[in-house]
Design a protein around this ligand. Structure first.
Ligand SMILES: C[C@H](O)[C@H](O)[C@H]1CNC2=NC(N)=NC(=O)C2=N1
Length: 207
């Protein structure tokens, strides 16, 4: 029985995770992942990128039908799909960033030591966003932050999203242990605070 094809129920949401995803996370051992026959879900897609990516659709719209390759990104028009696919694969296999469930965004969950650290990080990213004229979709609850990069117009994943996700990663790396390692949540929380572990209960009084 192909039990690994069965969706995993996490907090009432369906999660699709390639059974060998752990092999590909850093080792790159799984270069040709098999595709599941599952429709896109509201959960973060954790499968590594297939080698064949979606084309530059001018009207990307996730359908209710099973797509060929549920984890292929949906790029915006005028995107160099080949180059972006290559760069994305490298980025996703070396960082906690994930392709979002609608396949049009990159997202990562952060946890900081304190609210002050979180706020400072958001201020830094906000300033970069203003300069780059590309703005995040993000949700903050106390010291938790969920960041998603997608391009609204024209709709779809673009090189700008990857550039901003890289920038977020670089800024977080500068903060050292002010960024707390955290499992990426199975449930995408970009659209609401649901599922965000704020860490309030564990927090000591901030200065
Ligand atoms: C004119 C201005 O550059 C555009 O409206 C920008 C603003 N910030 C943006 N941010 C994001 N994430 N996607 C966009 O399409 C976008 N468009």
């Amino acid at each position: 029985m192909l039990s690994f094809l069965a969706p995993r129920l996490v907090r009432g949401q369906i999660q699709t995770r390639h059974p060998l995803a752990h092999l590909s996370r850093r080792s790159g051992l799984l270069s040709q992942p098999s595709r599941t026959l599952l429709p896109p879900t509201t959960a973060t897609v954790r499968s590594p990128l297939p080698t064949r990516m979606s084309s530059n659709s001018s009207s990307p719209s996730p359908t209710s039908q099973t797509p060929p390759g549920a984890s292929t990104p949906i790029f915006g028009p005028n995107t160099d799909a080949e180059a972006l696919t290559r760069d994305l694969s490298a980025f996703l296999s070396t960082t906690p960033w994930r392709l979002s469930a609608d396949r049009m965004g990159l997202e990562r969950h952060f946890r900081f030591r304190t609210f002050k650290d979180t706020w400072a990080y958001m201020t830094t990213i906000a300033a970069h966003s203003q300069s780059a004229r590309h703005h995040p979709e993000w949700t903050n609850v106390y010291s938790s932050l969920h960041v998603r990069w997608t391009t609204h117009a024209p709709r779809g994943l673009s090189a700008k999203d990857l550039a901003m996700a890289r920038l977020c990663e670089a800024e977080a790396a500068k903060l050292g242990d002010k960024v707390v390692p955290v499992e990426q949540p199975a449930v995408a929380v970009g659209s609401s605070a649901e599922g965000m572990e704020c860490g309030c209960g564990e927090a000591k009084r901030e200065k």
